[in-house]
Design a protein around this ligand. Structure first.
Ligand SMILES: *Cc1c(COP(=O)(O)O)cnc(C)c1O
Length: 497
């Protein structure tokens, strides 16, 4: 190893002289950082004063932005002022306690600090050598999460941007194993068409994985669900048999713990029996509800999860970690590594027995995401995290109770976690009821303090209230229900004709 230059300190000081290469002087940077910190703290303190959905129309923001880049550098004051004027008011406020759409998420304070510090380091741990601490922290925190979810030590984790990417990697590993490594070299030419199975309520990311991996969207088999929106194992078995009979090669089953529409949980133990018998890769999509698995009582709803070959859970969804952070846990990480590892000369390193995260997928570089997750887990502690999740689930039960008790409303699906599907049931045809619920949703969201989304269940338009923001309290949930009820009254009011 080269010895450091004896005048190292002096040289280093000269390299970072104020004004060098247009980088702002250290003193200004410190001041600007404090200003930015104040903007963040002010935002979080006052975020509830904004309507959740900004009052912008398409193109409004574009018109506020200069069409061309500035030729000369601008002062930070101007940047921060424009951030405050153009950007902050015109985002959809995911950190708002009245955010009940999709799945609520949280940029928690410790998570934000982790994100900031990672930006300062700007490390790219494609290799252990290019980022020893980020590599080993990623191994450590994903193992913490494994323990929190009560999964066996065989599972090894790493972090991707999104569940869509984690699932893509899981199916790629399944494809690699099923083709005995041939797909990596020759693609799928000449092979039997490979099929993947998932419930009819599966997330669209599974379709996209099949599209991207060349399996074809038509080869994702949608298994019918039971009355509570869970995959029917008998139907799964029949579909696999039919596919084998007609010359297909079944390779993988995706079981969802917490589907996107209703948060239903597929019967994972029965599905695992079938996957085992058929020699199929079993992927558990627990992007949302996997976080609830840190509570023993919710983990019990997923008994059999430990039999998966791979599991995805998104700490950026319901574990209070800023976007993006998706953990993929693999029982045999070697399969994924075999599918992707490829080390060009310029990336060869001498260390042995280390993890080089570039081996586990198509991407080379990666962001230092484990720092924020580490901060979140340490700051709340496992008990603290459980308490927030339990609080969210309890609020969802209370909301569902109010809906059930209200004439003219119904709950449309079981509520295993923190998401409630419900609708108004005014007199009229199913089509008129759908139209009414669509109007109701639009009017509720136009009010400002809350944002809900919708889904379709059995072809019918259904409203969805998903609690997932750590700043949401019962007052906000009650407020949402009051707005919904009053809006429904207004819509029902004296109608012309
Ligand atoms: C949110 C979600 C996904 C996709 O998550 P991304 O991280 O946005 O790709 C996949 N599956 C389920 C069940 C989800 O809830």
């Amino acid at each position: 190893m080269a010895r450091p230059c004896p005048c190292w300190t002096a040289c280093a000081r000269r390299w970072t002289r104020p004004g060098d290469r247009g980088v702002s002087a250290p003193k200004d940077f410190r001041r600007d950082l404090h200003r930015a910190a104040d903007l963040v703290a002010d935002y979080l303190e006052h975020v509830a004063d904004y309507p959740v959905l900004p009052k912008v129309r398409p193109g409004d923001v574009r018109r506020m932005l200069p069409a061309e880049p500035p030729a000369k550098g601008e002062p930070t004051e101007a940047l921060l002022a424009d951030y405050r004027r153009i950007i902050e008011p015109n985002v959809t406020h995911w950190n708002h306690p009245g955010f009940f759409a999709y799945f609520g998420i949280t940029g928690s304070e410790p998570g934000i600090l982790g994100e900031l510090l990672a930006a300062g380091l700007n490390v790219n741990h494609m290799l252990w050598k290019s980022g020893p601490a980020p590599t080993e922290l990623e191994e450590t925190v994903t193992d913490w999460l494994r323990q929190m979810m009560d999964l066996p030590p065989a599972f090894v984790g790493h972090i991707n941007d999104t569940a869509s990417m984690s699932t893509l990697l899981a199916i790629a590993a399944a494809r690699h194993r099923a083709s005995q490594g041939r797909s990596r070299v020759y693609g799928l030419s000449g092979a039997k068409p490979m099929t993947v199975y998932a419930s009819d309520h599966v997330h669209s990311s599974i379709d996209k994985a099949c599209i991207t991996l060349g399996l074809g969207q038509a080869h994702l088999r949608r298994v019918p669900v039971d009355g509570e929106f869970r995959m029917r194992p008998d139907a799964l078995e029949q579909m696999i048999a039919a596919d084998r009979h007609s010359g297909h090669q079944p390779i993988a089953v995706v079981a969802t713990m917490g589907t996107t529409s209703t948060t239903s949980v597929d019967p994972i133990a029965a599905v695992a029996d079938i996957a085992e018998r058929e020699g199929l890769w079993l992927h558990g999509d627990a992007a949302y509800a996997g976080s609830a698995a840190i509570c023993p009582e919710y983990r019990a709803l997923m008994t059999g999860l430990e039999r998966c070959d791979s599991i995805v859970v998104n700490p950026h969804k319901w574990l209070f970690t800023p976007v993006d952070c998706s953990v993929l846990l693999l029982r045999e990480p070697a399969v994924l590594k075999e599918a992707f590892t490829l080390v060009p000369e310029y990336l060869k390193t001498a260390e042995t027995g280390v993890t080089n995260l570039m081996d586990y997928g198509p991407q080379l570089g990666r962001r230092f995401r484990s720092l924020k997750l580490w901060f979140v887990i340490r700051s709340y502690g496992v008990e603290g995290l459980r308490a927030i999740i339990r609080g969210h689930c309890a609020m969802a039960q209370r909301f569902a109770g109010w809906v059930r008790a209200e004439p003219g409303f119904e709950v449309c699906a079981p509520v295993p976690f923190s998401t409630v599907c419900f609708r108004a049931t005014p007199a009229g045809t199913p089509e008129e009821q759908d139209a009414y619920n669509e109007r109701l949703l639009a009017a509720v969201n136009a009010a400002g303090p809350v944002f809900l989304a919708h889904t379709k269940l059995n072809g019918r338009f259904v409203l969805r209230l998903a609690i997932g923001n750590a700043r949401t309290t019962e007052r906000h949930v009650r407020g949402a229900w009051d707005i919904i009820r009053h809006t429904a009254d207004d819509l029902r009011g004296p109608t012309p004709g």
